[in-house]
Each structure stands twice: as C-alpha cells, then as structure tokens.
Design a protein around this ligand. Structure first.
Ligand code: SAH
Length: 234
C-alpha cells in the first residue's frame, strides 16, 4: 500500500465511523440528535418511523429565517398564521397511523408538507389537502425539490376529505377539529386508522385515535392533550 492510498483508507474509515460523508452536514448531526433525544427517548420506538424522521430534512420545510431552529423541540411558524408541528408530535402521530408500504393516506392540513413527507416514506401514496393556496404551493415546491413523487396536494377544505381518492388506509388530521369529521370517518377503510386532534380552537385539544375494525365497527380512544391550530372552514 502506498502512503497515499494508506492515507486514503484511513480517511475513508474515519468517514464511515462517523456515519459516512453526509456527516459533514452539521444539520444531519442535529437531525440524528433530534431523533435520539426528542423522539426515541420519549416513547416512539418503531424503527421505520425513526428512520423516516431521520431521513426527512426538516430545515427544508421551515422558512429561511427559522432554519436555525429547525431541529428545536417545538413547533415553528410557516406563514399564514400556521405552524409546522413539533417533531415529536409528527413522529407520534405517524407511529399511531401504523403505516404499511401499500397504504394510501389522506392528510388534512398540508402546511409545510413535512408530515406528508414523513408519511410518504412509509406508505405508497399520500393525498394532502391545504386550505391556504400559498402554503400548498410552497409544500409542492419543497416536496418536488426533494423528489417526493408520491405526495399529491390539493387546495381545498379538507373537512370533507378527498372522496375520489378514498377510501384511505390511514388519515392524519393536523389541525384541531371541534368534532371528528364525519366525512373522514366515511372515507376510512375497514381496518383503517385516523388520528385527529379534537377540541376547542386556541386551547388544548385531545389527540384521538379512531379505528375501523375489519367489519366496519368504530373504536375511538382519547390519547393525550395537544395544541393544534384550528381546522378552518371555507
Ligand atoms: N401538517 C403540517 C402542519 C399543519 S398546520 C406540516 O407538517 O407542516 C395545519 C394546517 O392545516 C395549516 O396549514 C392550515 O392552513 C391547514 N388547514 C386548516 N384548516 C384546513 C381545512 N379545512 N382544510 C385543509 N387544510 C386546512
């Protein structure tokens, strides 16, 4: 081995030990810490969900002026008075959806597109509805730049779901509803799961898990308190 190639091998080994070259990206280290400290250390343990949270560059989904805080343990403003959820909440809601690779997902509230991106790594297709055209457009651009081909975004009132694309294996509502939206229950497949924050606007809501059994019975569980921006109506 020449001195040059020996030096090369040492550099390569060092890079692998540190998790390969992308580790040079300081945000990747922050993202790894986010997954370890904010998510896995709490109670999200599913390997696929943790991998998805590790794979999606959250900094790309927040406005430039908030990029420095992209890996903070908190929600952040994304414009139009809306917020991207705290990373842990995204991970927890995703875990509750128990997504399988063939699943078709509906999301009410595209916002930045971050939750859609995480779900898109775990399911076959995500249909996401956003009431603010500017947010829908921004999310489309971000997801296209990251080459997420399995997220489709539409501008509209997601309270009524997206009947032509349903029924869905999983539904994630990322804004607070005053009741479980009946149209979304109707568009949930037998055997499907929906997570939805239910409660008053601008107060604490409860995260609800709604499951439809294989024979179409509904079971609803109230899980824990959350704070989401309200579902707006057209
Ligand atoms: N899931 C988003 C965060 C959503 S914040 C993310 O990962 O970034 C809630 C979003 O729901 C906001 O963007 C808001 O504009 C949108 N929203 C509120 N009411 C809605 C409705 N009726 N239909 C569709 N989107 C709605």
């Amino acid at each position: 081995m020449t001195l040059a190639s020996r030096f090369g091998a040492v550099v390569l080994l060092g890079a692998l030990a540190a998790g390969a070259y992308p580790e040079q990206d300081p945000l990747l280290a922050k993202r790894r810490a986010m997954v370890a400290e904010q998510i896995a250390r709490r109670d999200v343990v599913g390997r696929r969900v943790l991998e998805a949270m590790h794979a999606v560059p959250r900094e790309r989904f927040v406005p430039a002026e908030w990029r420095h805080a992209a890996y903070d343990d908190s929600p952040l403003p994304i414009g139009d008075g809306q917020t991207i959820s705290q990373p842990y909440v995204v991970a927890k809601m995703t875990e509750l959806l128990a997504l399988r690779p063939d699943d078709v997902v509906f999301e009410l509230g595209t916002g930045s597109g971050y939750q859609a991106a995480v779900a898109a790594r775990l399911a076959a297709q995500v249909y996401s509805m956003e009431i603010h055209p500017s947010l829908a457009e921004g999310a489309r651009r971000t997801l296209a730049s990251l080459e997420y081909a399995n997220v489709t975004i539409r501008v509209g009132d997601g309270y009524f779901g997206w009947a032509e694309k349903g029924p869905f294996d999983a539904i994630v509502v990322t804004a607070a509803a005053t009741e479980i939206p009946p149209a979304l229950v109707a568009q949930l497949k037998n055997g499907g799961r929906m997570v939805v924050p239910v409660g008053p606007a601008f107060a604490t809501q409860r995260l609800m898990l709604v499951e439809k059994t294989p024979d179409g019975q509904l079971s609803t569980r109230s899980l824990f308190p959350v704070r989401f921006v309200p579902v707006l109506r057209e």
